[in-house]
Design a protein around this ligand. Structure first.
Ligand code: ZN
Length: 227
């Protein structure tokens, strides 16, 4: 097992903001513990919107850069796939766009979406990660975890597999950092009682924490854990 403090961690998010929503506290904690955290954003996040224009994209990229700095993320790769239309691409092409990053970084730990999310890009991203991280002999990836993203994971249809976490990260000391990163993405948040509101995101961190006897936590499903 690679020791804490020298690991390379890769977060594969469909859209810029999913990394902060899904595992912002865990990212901040990895950075504090000395791990290197790299982010891949699969889709650009604005093209699917009717009012999309270059100014929106620029603003969103600036917000993403601010959030990533707050969390301590090192490098970011934007793959530029079509937002909310990743199902228009062949899975093989998506996997092949991820593989060079995996080869370059050889991460030991990977975080990505839950496979049952409502959002099509989230589901395809998870599938692409599992395919790109096939455990062939000598493969670096020892751990793969799926995070939850409010207004997608809990909005999934009943026929989707529910998010049933079994891995929890104590983010009591990182909750404030996570909230600052989310504040950088203020344009993606909505007022309560919307599911993707600052209030609900804090309630979720408390719920996941209190469920485990902690003050705040992020929850994950375990897709792979090799020791
Ligand atoms: Zn997303």
């Amino acid at each position: 097992m690679v020791q804490q403090g020298s690991r390379t961690v890769l977060v594969v998010a469909a859209h810029a903001d999913d990394e902060a929503l899904g595992c912002g506290g865990t990212i901040a904690r990895h950075v504090i513990e000395g791990d290197r955290v790299h982010l891949v954003v699969m889709a650009d996040g604005v093209h699917s919107r009717l009012d999309a224009n270059p100014v929106d994209l620029e603003r969103r990229m600036a917000a993403a850069a601010r959030a990533q700095k707050i969390l301590g993320i090192g490098e970011v790769d934007y793959l530029g796939l079509p937002d909310n239309r990743m199902d228009s691409l062949a899975l093989l092409d998506i996997v092949q766009s991820l593989e060079p990053v995996l080869q370059k970084l050889a991460p030991q730990v990977v975080y990505t979406h839950h496979h049952g999310d409502l959002n099509i890009d989230h589901r395809i991203t998870q599938q692409a990660v599992m395919t790109a991280c096939r455990p062939q002999p000598g493969h670096a990836v020892k751990e793969i975890y799926g995070f939850e993203v409010m207004s997608s994971t809990e909005w999934a249809s009943p026929q989707s597999e529910p998010f049933l976490p079994s891995f929890f990260v104590d983010i009591t000391a990182q909750l404030e950092t996570k909230q600052r990163a989310l504040a950088a993405y203020a344009e993606e948040l909505r007022p309560v009682p919307h599911s993707r509101s600052m209030e609900h995101l804090e309630a979720l961190a408390r719920h996941r924490g209190y469920s485990m006897g902690l003050d705040a936590a992020e929850a994950f499903v375990v897709y792979r854990l090799i020791r």
